[in-house]
Design a protein around this ligand. Structure first.
Ligand SMILES: Cc1cc2nc3c(=O)[nH]c(=O)nc-3n(C[C@H](O)[C@H](O)[C@H](O)COP(=O)(O)OP(=O)(O)OC[C@H]3O[C@@H](n4cnc5c(N)ncnc54)[C@H](O)[C@@H]3O)c2cc1C
Length: 436
């Protein structure tokens, strides 16, 4: 690791990787990630990624996104995302992503809750792994990009309103380093690790968001947290909840109560289905409801959802013969570091992309399979904006950065990180109380 880079990207999920891929090849780029490169939620995405199905689909896709988001979405961001979706998919195909195809060789499309038609591209039930692996392969080939895993962002190197790099912890040696960069991109993903029940990797604790709160960078809607209706119920507490993709319901699976009766329309947006499940659990006094995948059919279950079938079997459930217990869990963060459509935050030289940022595209509730798309698109747009800045702005010197930054105390990195979790939880509580 050097003392100075042109760009530091914090996070190696789809947002961080796609940003790196679109930055100029003559710039030195450092990507850091907190755990291994595979420990990003991008690897976990099952259902797929949305793609506009021709011009005639625009109005319907737009309306679905806005309705799921309770019309609190930023219309410009939604328009930009939907119109760019075919290009995003084409770019993924060009780096080798293998999406399912129909008998005519056209991209196959599945459906999830809140969508009024099939428009989700997928690779079995491991679309995120397929996309992230191919992006990682493409980034690894770039000579100008260095990837450091097991390296944790502790703080930004910044003056009052200018970011000049990152203070990072080498998890293995325990050393704290200051790395200067002309531009810093936060792609630190979601916040599920601060909750007891979440589908997210436990290490995703919203550090980027908490650091922005501390450093006075604008953060929006910290209380906009999406709960996924269907994760596999486990009596064991504190472990990552296994998600059962919405597209299983999109392909016909039913939600049943303890008496085997359906109790809601399974294809409504996530918040509506979650509320129906919670009410049913309360009324019935049960810790879960049931998901019956048998209506999907053996062949479709085996070919489209092999990972889900396998995981349920590991937990002792044969999905071909019996419904499985499911329970809602924290899943996605719609709030985050305020950013514009080019990923710019309110701090100079600082960008935020992917789930960490809030550009308003999801409003108060994300429509299923819009997040990989959003992360990829706006990360690319941030890269292009940074490229423009290199032309118009002077580069930073290490001396200037280190002399002008306001540093904190980094003698207890783990204590600092624990403090960030508490900061975030507190600000979520405050935001909830302000709404009430
Ligand atoms: C189980 C599951 C299924 C999903 N299914 C879908 C789906 O089908 N379709 C869809 O569109 N979306 C889906 N999502 C959501 C989607 O996967 C994420 O929103 C998206 O991948 C976020 O990408 P990202 O790059 O912003 O963050 P991530 O992929 O989560 O990457 C975050 C990165 O930040 C790093 N990081 C975090 N904190 C620090 C720190 N302090 N220092 C250094 N590095 C740090 C991590 O190590 C990681 O590399 C799913 C999510 C989950 C959990």
């Amino acid at each position: 690791m050097k003392e100075k880079y042109d760009v530091i990207i914090v996070g190696a999920g789809v947002a961080g990787l796609n940003c790196a891929l679109h930055l100029p090849k003559d710039k030195n780029i450092l990507i850091i990630c907190k755990g291994t490169p595979e420990e990003s939620d991008s690897y976990l995405a099952q259902g797929g990624i949305c793609r506009l199905q021709g011009e005639e689909d625009y109005k319907s896709y737009y309306t679905d996104t806005m309705s799921a988001g309770h019309d609190e979405n930023n219309p410009a961001a939604v328009e930009c995302m939907i119109k760019s979706s075919p290009d995003v998919i084409d770019e993924l195909i060009s780096v080798g992503v293998d999406f399912a195809r129909d008998a005519d060789g056209k991209l196959a499309a599945t459906r999830e809750g809140g969508h009024s038609k099939n428009r989700i591209c997928f690779h079995k039930d491991c679309t995120g792994k397929e996309i992230t692996t191919k992006l990682m392969q493409a980034v690894t080939k770039l000579k100008n990009v260095e990837i450091c895993s097991q390296t944790t962002l502790l703080d930004l190197i910044c003056s009052e309103n200018e970011c000049m790099g990152a203070v990072v912890l080498d998890n293995k040696s325990g050393c704290v380093k200051k790395i200067v960069a002309d531009y810093t991109v936060l792609a630190t993903g979601g916040i599920g690790g601060i909750f007891q029940h979440s589908t997210n990797f436990r290490l995703l604790t919203g550090d980027g968001v908490a650091i922005c709160l501390k450093r006075g960078v604008a953060v929006d809607h910290v209380d906009y947290i999406q709960i996924h209706p269907t994760t596999l119920y486990s009596p064991v507490k504190g472990k990552r909840c296994f998600l059962i993709s919405e597209s299983v319901r999109g392909e016909g699976a039913h939600l049943l109560d303890k008496n085997g009766n359906r109790f809601c329309d399974e294809l409504q947006p996530r918040d509506v289905v979650t509320a129906a499940i919670k009410k049913k659990m309360e009324d019935d006094g049960t810790p879960f409801v049931l998901l019956d995948m048998r209506p999907v059919g053996r062949e479709e279950l085996s070919s489209h959802f092999p990972g889900i079938v396998e995981r349920c079997a590991e937990e002792g459930y044969d999905v071909f013969s019996t419904p499985v217990p499911v329970v809602p869990a924290q899943h996605y963060f719609m709030g985050g570091v305020r950013s514009d459509l080019d990923g710019k935050t309110t701090m100079r030289r600082l960008y935020a992309v992917g789930e960490t940022c809030c550009n308003g595209v999801h409003g108060a509730n994300r429509l299923a399979s819009n997040s990989l798309l959003e992360s990829l698109l706006f990360a690319k747009r941030a890269a292009l904006d940074i490229e423009r800045n290199f032309v118009s702005e002077n580069p930073l010197t290490t001396e200037y950065a280190l002399n002008n930054a306001i540093f904190g105390d980094y003698s207890d990195p783990n204590g600092l990180l624990d403090g960030y979790k508490l900061t975030l939880l507190k600000s979520i509580e405050e935001a909830k109380n302000n709404v009430r």
